[in-house]
Design a protein around this ligand. Structure first.
Ligand code: SAM
Length: 320
């Protein structure tokens, strides 16, 4: 392990990573000098705002101004931010499709002593965004990697959700396909006591909330955080059916969304969620229907198409 590191702001740290300064003047000293020191070579993972431009940190601005180049998920998007803050640093692109190749290229430049920043379109790079492969390549090349923390949608939503931040898991985006999304949610039924955080697209939120209702019950408390830090920021909190009804009553659901909920314990779930297979079986038994008619009835009651209900039935059977 390297024990004689130079921190990015040029101050020496000892082998424990603590300041080689006496404690009483450490803070004052850091505040007064770090902005004047040249930036050390290495990779800087820089968080940018998720809506409100004031959410960029002073350190992020300094780093973006001082690096040799900025690797951007989308150069046009980042250029708007750079123009706003009058930052002239050259940019290059990296994204999902060229990240692996770019990672090798950037690692070579970093090994030669470059100072490179990585930013995503918004928020923290590497969190449901590219950036991780470049960080891994830099680490493998023995290059220092510096986090420059700032805005992140998941954490912003969590801290204002009213849900526990003591234990939480971030799941990124749920699968877009209904069957896979249900399977992913079903796998989380036992996660009681844990706050689950998801990113969701506005055109899928109603379907996802319908799945949450089916799997966790209609009384499951959820939080939908929309347009965080922006003009139309909104938190919807309540039973999943109520939150869904509120969103469904709108002409359209727009904006960026974080969905959070802490699964209620099975015993306390109201309106016990049931599978299509169980409902079909029940109708066949109690009303003497054949499977086809029973499935038709279940589909109608759930507001689903017949073929959609059939696919869901097959999926449930495939799992058991
Ligand atoms: N790296 C980013 C971060 O640190 O939060 C996340 C990038 S991910 C590709 C984009 C998703 O994050 C959006 O679809 C939405 O679910 C969530 N998101 C980003 N900005 C948001 C905002 N202002 N309000 C609510 N959700 C947001």
């Amino acid at each position: 392990m390297n024990t004689d590191l130079e921190r990015e702001d040029g101050e020496e740290v000892d082998r424990n990573g603590s300041e080689a300064l006496n404690h009483s003047n450490a803070e004052a000293s850091e505040f007064s000098t770090s902005s004047l020191r040249p930036l050390a070579p290495g990779l800087y993972l820089v968080a940018t705002p998720i809506g409100n431009l004031e959410d960029i940190t002073l350190r992020a601005l300094r780093v973006l101004r001082s690096v040799d180049k900025i690797a951007c998920e989308d150069t046009r998007q980042t250029q708007k931010l750079l123009n706003h803050f009058d930052i002239r640093t050259p940019t290059i692109s990296y994204h999902m499709h060229n990240e692996a190749g770019r990672a090798v290229e950037l690692a070579t430049a970093l090994k030669a002593g470059a100072r490179i920043a990585v930013v995503s379109d918004a928020g923290t790079p590497g969190i449901a965004d590219p950036g991780g492969q470049i960080a891994a390549a830099a680490i493998a090349a023995g290059v220092p990697v510096f986090p420059v923390p700032g805005a992140n949608a998941a954490i912003s939503a969590l801290i204002a959700s009213g849900l526990s931040g003591e234990s939480f898991t971030f799941h990124g985006f749920l699968p877009a396909k209904e069957g896979q999304r249900r399977t992913a949610l079903e796998a989380l039924r036992g996660h009681t006591g844990d706050t689950l955080i998801f990113y969701e697209a506005p055109h899928r939120i109603l379907d996802t909330l319908a799945d949450v209702t089916a799997i966790f019950g209609p009384a499951q408390h959820v939080v939908v955080a929309r347009e965080l830090t922006k003009l139309h920021e909104e938190f919807l909190r309540g039973a999943v059916t109520e939150v869904r009804a509120t969103l469904a009553s709108r002409a359209s659901v727009r904006g960026e969304i974080v969905l959070l909920f802490a699964p209620a314990a099975e015993a306390t779930r109201e309106g016990k969620p049931s599978s299509i297979a169980a409902e079909v079986r029940e109708l066949m038994k109690t009303q003497g229907l054949d499977e086809k008619d029973a499935l038709k009835q279940v589909a109608r009651a759930r507001g689903m198409g017949k073929s959609e209900a059939y696919r869901e039935l097959q999926r449930e059977r495939g799992k058991s």
